[in-house]
Design a protein around this ligand. Structure first.
Ligand code: KQY
Length: 381
């Protein structure tokens, strides 16, 4: 289905009293997209499609899932996906619903709105990953139109994977990505913070400097660190001083130790072991169809694998399985850190070969009926 997107609202979410809730708050459901392009997904995307279907099936145990699929792939996707997962015809260039889907907002009981960011495939013609990206640019508007929800059009290039919030006024971001000149040339931190205050309804920022080593998104926060609860952040970690990730994680840990959140809390840091290091194999690279439209992937390239790239479902965490040496430890740490939630591991190497993780391919739809309090700056009452 490709509907005509409704005209965006005129104001901004913050001015209208809307904000982005945390991912660990209750969900109405989850959106995904279907991997199809053979220049990014090996063997005509078939192993990737099986991996996405397994993620959809895992999440569907906890909340409704809908998958956007091109018209050409709709029948095959329907056959691979479990019957309780919805399939919706939706044109897209690749399948990263976290980045091209709407960022949902709450603000009035029983209602949701969405932010539609500008998207340039993680850097446009200066470091981006594929072109064209015009169908991806429209996905958020199409999803919101399909759901009949109002849309704000934000005047910046940013992706959902570059943003984490605690739902209480704090945003967690990485400078190397959010302030990258290939997204918004000339953008200052102050101006970016001003725009994110307006479009996310946040009041306070915690900035890490860098994301995961060799992350092709220029360091999305959703691969590096995320809130597990207000005042609690998990961070990808290695004790190997020789690994290029070591300094990145150390510095991030120092910044988190020095940070306060919007309510003035110290941040408890939960360290998650890094899988690997992991690399693309000859066989994996050979399964890709070369194309001028997509940045090539080569055998031997370091993969930016991370257990932080998991999805919060209602009552559960759906966590990538990437390395038998570390999968169980990562799952156990997350289970201890998130009591009351089931931790479900899903094989995610095929998703990583396409450049991301389980968080990158999902987008939660908050439950607008859940009780919530609007974040206000400390001291503002
Ligand atoms: O980190 C994410 N949210 C998305 C990763 C996209 C990678 C594109 N190949």
């Amino acid at each position: 289905m490709n509907t005509v997107p409704r005209t965006p609202l005129g104001g901004t979410p913050a001015a209208d009293g809307w904000w982005m809730p945390a991912e660990y708050e209750p969900h109405e459901g989850c959106w995904m997209l279907w991997p199809e392009r053979p220049d990014n997904w090996r063997e005509q995307a078939q192993p990737g499609q099986r991996a996405f279907a397994a993620v959809a099936a895992a999440i569907a145990r906890f909340e409704p899932v809908r998958v956007g699929v091109s018209a050409a792939h709709a029948a095959a996707a329907r056959a691979l996906l479990p019957p309780d997962v919805g399939v919706v015809t939706l044109a897209h260039d690749d399948c990263w619903m976290r980045d091209v889907g709407p960022t949902y907002l709450v603000g009035a009981p029983g209602q949701l709105r969405g932010v539609h960011w500008h998207f340039n495939a993680w850097g446009g013609l200066d470091g981006g990953l594929y072109h064209p990206w015009d169908q991806d640019e429209r996905v958020a508007a199409e999803v919101l139109a399909l759901e009949g929800r109002s849309r704000y059009r934000a005047p910046i290039v940013i992706e959902g994977g570059a943003i984490h919030v605690d739902g209480e006024g704090t945003a967690l971001l990485a400078e190397e990505c959010v302030l990258h000149p290939n997204r918004n040339p000339g953008m200052t931190r102050e101006r970016m913070e001003g725009l994110l205050r307006e479009y996310l309804g946040v009041t306070h920022f915690i900035w890490l400097r860098l994301g995961v080593y060799n992350d092709e998104t220029d360091g999305h926060i959703d691969n590096m660190a995320c809130f597990l609860a207000p005042g609690k952040v998990c961070l990808t970690w290695t004790e190997d001083r020789a690994d290029p990730q070591y300094e990145r994680s150390q510095e991030a840990g120092e910044r988190l130790a020095a940070a306060r959140d919007a309510r003035g809390r110290h941040i408890e840091v939960v360290k998650l072991p890094m899988p690997g290091p992991l690399f693309m194999t000859e066989t994996e690279a050979a399964g890709l169809t070369a194309s001028a439209a997509c940045k090539p992937r080569r055998a031997g390239e370091r993969l930016a694998g991370s257990y932080v790239n998991f999805y919060f479902a209602n009552g559960a965490l759906v966590v990538p399985q990437l390395d038998v040496r570390t999968d169980a430890e990562a799952a156990a740490i997350l289970a201890r850190a998130c009591p009351g939630r089931e931790v479900l591991g899903v094989p995610a190497r095929e998703i990583l070969l396409g450049g991301g993780g389980i968080h990158c391919i999902t987008q939660q739809v908050p439950d607008p009926r859940a009780p919530r309090t609007r974040p206000v700056p400390v001291g503002a009452g």
